[in-house]
Design a protein around this ligand. Sequence first.
Ligand code: ATP
Ligand code: MG
Length: 272
Amino acid sequence: MSSPYEGRANKDASIVKQGTRSTLTPGTATGERTHTADAFLIGDSMTGGYGSGADILHDCTIAVEKGEIAVIVGPNGAGKSTGMKAVFGMLNLRKGAVRLDGEDITALTPQDRVAKGMAFVPQTSNIFTSMTVEENLEMGAFLRRDDISGTMAQVYDLFPILKDKRRQPAGELSGGQRQQVAVGRALMTQPTVLMLDEPTAGVSPIVMDELFDRIIEVARTGISILMVEQNARQALAIADKGYVLVQGRNAHTGTGKELLADPEVRRSFLGG
Ligand SMILES: Nc1ncnc2c1ncn2[C@@H]1O[C@H](COP(=O)(O)OP(=O)(O)OP(=O)(O)O)[C@@H](O)[C@H]1O
Ligand SMILES: [Mg+2]
């Protein structure tokens, strides 16, 4: 593999477990089937769309284990964001289920899912631009009734620039810094799962690298990361598990390493 990101991977531990129940993800990169039914967080065989419109997701499965990084890639309009919304409870599923730590949460509202430990940073409008950086972080903790100062200090440790700019309106920050605010705001809920839809959109390669390093750091604290990425090659290099979605379906599933090595995935999605 020629990727300069080789060796940066989180753990690259396959979440394939032997002898478990078998909700199966078809079309894996290795040609084997991947057992994910008992994953820490799973959107299992999800089918659904917006309102009464046509289905966007078709039997789509996305999962992540504790403290691991799962990455969703695929062409524009493939349903990556829709899959994230489905897992977060922003889409009515016609079929399938979402489970968190073994509990069926399919019927829960997004707010109830936040209370269960899920945090979601959407692709767009993910910060309050007229509020200061610190106010954004405080907003993130709105469900909490305990002392948030320790968590805020952790966020500032992770993203020191945010501490320097804490009194500035978030709208004045650079693209990369805004994404840090969005991730920091999500971390203020002390989530067990952090869902990120294109956290590196519009940032330079150096800033992207930085952000991926911080995301690895977050995963190492035991938080599961489920993220959508346009920078497929770099994101798969840090992924324990990767999902290639095409037209709302699972096209390829495997460890990040497997997908990066898969000739078909390389040719179709990674530019050779
Ligand atoms: N709010 C919505 N209402 C109706 N259809 C939608 C809505 N959002 C997305 N869609 C449709 O769902 C399909 C999948 O869109 P989605 O945004 O999930 O793709 P994506 O893989 O995230 O794409 P991108 O890489 O551009 O972010 C598209 O056909 C899109 O037009
Ligand atoms: Mg999207």
